[in-house]
Write a protein that binds this ligand. Structure first.
Ligand code: IPT
Length: 992
């Protein structure tokens, strides 16, 4: 195609006029600086059998001497109880540009009792680490011992709440247990270290946001102890701690680190509110808590946790959870760009987004503050679907991977935008001559401005409360970018051509200027782009999002390799998949996900997902002539852009049909309320002392459930006495987390239900969830007792069920996880009977589903939640129900699914009813406790059922344990399955 001003005008129309004609500015010095050619991206980490060196300087990590920017996402294997699906999430992260995954390991999840540690099944840490290595992701491992993480007791095992000593200090008893835990974890991790070539564990965190004993001997001794312990266990990768804010806590030198230099990183966490101006951390920013200097000048900028969403509390009262759609709206894709790009502009080169996949706090895992879903408003939702927030992550992740210039940045000379509403950060790589300008718009309007100080006199648009990173003087393959008005996304070489991708918002105008000493021959492959050549520069413009992908090919400009420029809006950018193979780089365009690419002979074998009919286009190494998709040959032709282009679109997905849930069977329980119930096997509650932070009331036995080995879920008490039974009233003091409750019966007659009131904010923060339930003796019982008066030897039983919810977290290292759970004191008015208390919680810890699957309901103790339980003698029941009853009623049904094996269907269970009805439901799918629904509290109505636990081809058993307080009619109301996502593709799922 001919190249001239005339061509340009003809093609570009008015859109780009101002650009080419005013584009006189040979921009900055940077634009013309000779930059060094870019090489291939850093190797994808694998368990490759070789030794590796992991070091760092003040700019970045150095892996085998090569700079690495860590772009990591947090997921918690314990929040996805189906190992096959770990792979799904990991592959999605890897494909979307992450190069690392950060994981907490929760002590409580693995340890049902002191000395017992279980890493099998859904708890198989080694399997997770192997999968991460197979996927090509580095791992940041965070085993606590304390993790916070909105899990029960912040990750401390229930049994630790009943032990001596103060947790999170150098207390010897506590440290003895810590040793047990770390020895167990480290035995697995030491075999999966990247340094050894047997895994990809790259960094290891000790403790979590520990700011209680900073500068105190116990704090220093504790941190030093953890450090030495982890080193002694053979963990030789850099260690770090996540400072709660940029306070400089636990910076290098603040405690004994074994005298090792360069083995301890400083990191800090950040969870800014969406309406905040993104904070400057210091190194490159103009402000900063430490007067512009970094808290740790010799280590690279590191945020081990940066908010990728936020957790949501239970509904009702002042904390008022609104559901995760709100979380995702408040911290949307633009939030991510504004905050994360500001982080990069502040010199952060190790960046982990908490959460990237939030998952499910199933069973009794959630801390009192949260309900079952831990979706977090993350980039990948709880049902494993991509959300629009992934576009930000994808674009930045690919950029960091493919543009190594970003790994070593200094602050450049101050640059101001023509429009002062745009804040500019100017960064420069001292070695390559590349310059980056972060343009941030904190205003409420879209702003279009030039950057005359940087020689960029074409207008750059930044939408309201958004940000954009633009580059100048950047080497793209064999050419140099003078500058561009949109963000570069990647640069790679596929076979005979260099490819550069630019991405941005739909409707933005991309204007890209390339150095071209010789007048090139551009070729427009899609209708939108236009160009002009002037004084050694090629000006290309393309409006984003008018079509899908816009392609321009440049050749004959004196460079022997042609270059392909691709322009994508957000929606298109997330369908562009770079992939590295041993024979070279690939770029695939079209499908919803690319999981893998393998070259064999002249064929490239691709696997991945489609969610709708889609085209497929592959740019790859020389000699590739054939393509397969998920094992099937795809007929292609060679396109004008040098790709292999599918002749026909790939099919989308047929959405599987889900059955209605009917055929329910029903059975009531709580025989524990009956006086004649045999409780001889229960534990006598007669202890006199406790290590709980809750005082033992004078003259009463310890009633705290944890002291008797019952750590999770519901707990029953039976107080028995003989003698004249009459009393005026009984006061039951109890302690639970949020949404706890207590119900009581005397001699089989209901006394009533008491719900834990929500304390004021301060008390709630301190974890003070205690109340007294006072029940007066009902008239019938009074009468009965009057009649019985004098007949000595009468036996009375006070039965109490406490839904105690979970242990508090211990964020401030005050042992708040040791606050009692269950009954705490019982006092009678009008009598003083001699009561013998017995207590019963979980029967035995489920060896497969783990210690947090079950509480102590009768049905749970009798296995009513299990698929193998025979409910043949239960009564048939139709939903919805409206029963008024204090106590526990179970509903069971079976259903079959027949999802095509090639389809990844993500299924949820929805419960709905009149919100006035006071009842709650524990949901058991095939025996697994998938969470708790509280009908009159909310906000959660949909519960994700992970495949593997859910049999997508075969029979499933659903059991609902309904706890109703008798003050209103109780359901279940509507109960149905819902399809939360469907893709053709997916990972093979092994039943759990
Ligand atoms: C930070 C914790 O480190 C993490 O475990 C999690 O609890 C997260 O917060 C919130 O989801 S603590 C910080 C917000 C004070």
């Amino acid at each position: 195609m001919e190249l001239s001003r005339r061509t340009f005008h003809a093609l570009a129309g008015t859109a780009a006029l101002g650009f080419a004609l005013t584009g006189s500015g040979s921009p900055t010095s940077a634009g013309t600086a000779r930059s060094v050619p870019t090489g291939p991206p850093p190797p994808v980490p694998r368990a490759d059998g070789r030794r590796h060196e992991v070091g760092f300087d003040r700019y970045s990590l150095l892996v085998d001497g090569r700079r690495l920017v860590l772009w990591s996402g947090e997921m918690h294997p314990f929040r996805l109880p189906s190992p096959s699906l770990w792979r799904d999430v990991l592959e999605k992260m890897r494909a979307h540009g992450y190069n690392a995954v950060s994981v907490y390991v929760a002590w409580n999840y693995h340890s049902p009792a002191p000395g017992r540690y279980d890493f099998t099944g859904v708890r198989d840490l080694d399997l997770f680490l192997r999968m991460a290595a197979e996927t090509g992701l580095y791992v940041i491992l965070r085993p606590g011992p304390y993790i916070n993480a909105e899990v029960d007791a912040g990750g401390f095992p229930g049994w630790l709440t009943a032990t001596e000593g103060t947790a999170r200090t150098s207390d010897p008893t506590y440290l003895r247990y810590v040793d047990e835990w770390l020895s167990a974890v480290n035995a697995i991790v030491a075999k999966r270290l990247f340094t050894r070539g047997t895994g990809t564990v790259l960094l290891y965190q000790i403790e979590n946001e520990y700011d209680a004993h900073v500068g105190e001997p116990t704090g220093r001794a504790y941190m030093s102890y953890l450090y030495e312990k982890v080193r002694a266990d053979g963990i030789d990768v850099p260690l770090f701690h996540n400072d709660k804010g940029r306070n400089g806590h636990w910076a290098p030198g603040s405690f004994a680190t074994g005298g090792e230099k360069g083995r301890w990183l400083y990191g800090f966490d950040g969870y800014p509110e969406p309406d905040e101006v993104p904070p400057d951390w210091g190194r490159f920013g103009t402000g900063g808590a430490k007067g512009g200097a970094t808290a740790s000048p010799r280590t690279p900028g590191f945020v081990p946790e940066f908010g990728g969403g936020w957790f949501d509390p239970w509904g009702g009262s002042w904390f008022d959870g609104k559901g995760y759609a709100e979380s995702r709206r408040a911290r949307d894709a633009a939030y991510e760009r504004r905050f994360y790009l500001t982080n990069l502009a502040n010199g952060i080169t190790l960046h982990n987004v908490y959460m990237t996949y939030g998952g499910t706090s199933w069973g009794w895992l959630p801390a009192p503050v949260v309900y079952t879903s831990y979706d977090y408003g993350a980039a990948l939702d709880e049902a494993r679907n991509a959300t629009p927030k992934l576009a930000t992550m994808h674009q930045i992740g690919q950029l960091l991977r493919h543009v190594p210039d970003l790994a070593k940045l200094n602050r450049g000379k101050a640059v101001q935008a023509a429009d002062e509403r745009i804040k500019v950060y100017h960064l420069a790589n001292p070695d390559t001559g590349a310059h980056f300008y972060l343009l941030r718009n904190d205003s409420e309007e879209t702003v279009t401005s030039t950057l005359p100080d940087a020689g960029i006199d074409v207008p750059v648009t930044v939408p309201a409360r958004d940000a954009k990173l633009i580059a100048a003087g950047l080497r793209l393959g064999r050419r140099t970018l003078v500058h561009a008005t949109v963000q570069p996304m990647l640069s790679l070489t596929a076979g005979r051509q260099d490819i550069a991708v630019f991405a941005g918002r739909r409707g933005d105008l991309a204007q890209v200027v390339l150095d071209c000493p010789d007048e090139p021959t551009p070729m427009r492959l899609d209708p939108e782009p236009a160009w002009a050549y002037n004084l050694g520069k090629l000006y290309v413009t393309a409006p984003l999002g008018v079509g899908e992908l816009s392609r321009v090919r440049i050749e004959s400009d004196g460079v022997d390799t042609p270059m392909l420029l691709l322009f994508a809006d957000d929606a298109t950018s997330v369908r562009l998949w770079p992939y590295e193979t041993p024979s070279g780089q690939l770029l695939v365009y079209g499908p919803a996900l690319l999981r893998s690419a393998v070259l064999r002979g002249s064929t490239v074998h691709l696997t991945g997902d489609t969610t709708a009919l889609t085209g497929l286009e592959v740019w790859g190494p020389r000699g590739i002539t054939h393509v397969t998709w998920n094992g099937r040959p795809v007929p292609t032709r060679i396109s004008g852009s040098g790709s292999l282009l599918a002749l026909r679109p790939l099919p989308g997905v047929a959405r599987p049909a889900l059955p209605a849930l009917d055929g329910w069977r029903r059975r009531t329980e709580n025989p524990e309320a009956e006086p004649g119930f045999d409780d001889s096997g229960w534990t006598v509650a007669d202890k006199k002392t406790s290590f709980s932070t809750t005082p033992v009331p004078d003259g009463q036995p310890v009633l705290f459930a944890d002291d008797y080995g019952f750590h999770y879920g519901d707990v029953w008490y039976r107080g028995e006495w003989t003698g004249e039974g009459g009393f005026e009233s009984v006061s039951l003091a109890y302690s639970t987390g949020t949404q706890g409750l207590l119900m009581a019966w005397l001699d089989g007659e209901p006394l009533g239900t008491h719900r834990m009131p929500v304390p004021d904010k301060d008390r709630a923060r301190q974890g003070t969830w205690t109340a007294k339930a006072a029940f007066a003796l009902p008239e019938e019982l009074r009468k009965r007792f009057r009649e019985e008066r004098g007949e000595s030897g009468d036996r009375h039983v006070l039965s109490v069920l406490v839904r105690r919810m979970q242990h508090d977290m211990d964020g401030k290292a005050l042992d708040t996880h040791k606050a009692a759970r269950g009954l705490t004191a019982v006092t009678f008015e009008g009598a003083s009977p001699e009561v013998t208390w017995r207590i019963q919680g979980t029967a035995t810890s489920d060896p497969v589903r783990g210690p947090m699957n079950n509480g102590g309901l009768y049905g749970e103790r009798a296995g009513w939640h299990l698929p193998e339980y025979d409910d043949g003698d239960w009564k048939e029941a139709a939903l919805p129900r409206a029963d008024r009853r204090q106590g526990v009623t179970w509903y069971r049904t079976d259903f079959r699914l027949d999802v095509d094996p090639g389809v990844d269907a993500s299924v949820g269970l929805v419960l709905d009813d009149d919100p006035e009805r006071a009842y709650r439901v524990q949901i058991f799918l095939n025996g697994w406790n998938m969470g708790q629904y509280i009908n009159d509290v909310g906000p959660q109505h949909t519960f994700v059922l992970p495949n593997g636990i859910l049999r997508t081809r075969g029979a499933n058993t659903l059991a609902l344990a309904v706890l109703s307080d008798g003050t209103t009619p109780a359901g279940p109301g509507a109960v149905r399955l819902t399809l939360l996502g469907a893709a053709a593709g997916g990972v093979p799922v092994t039943p759990v």
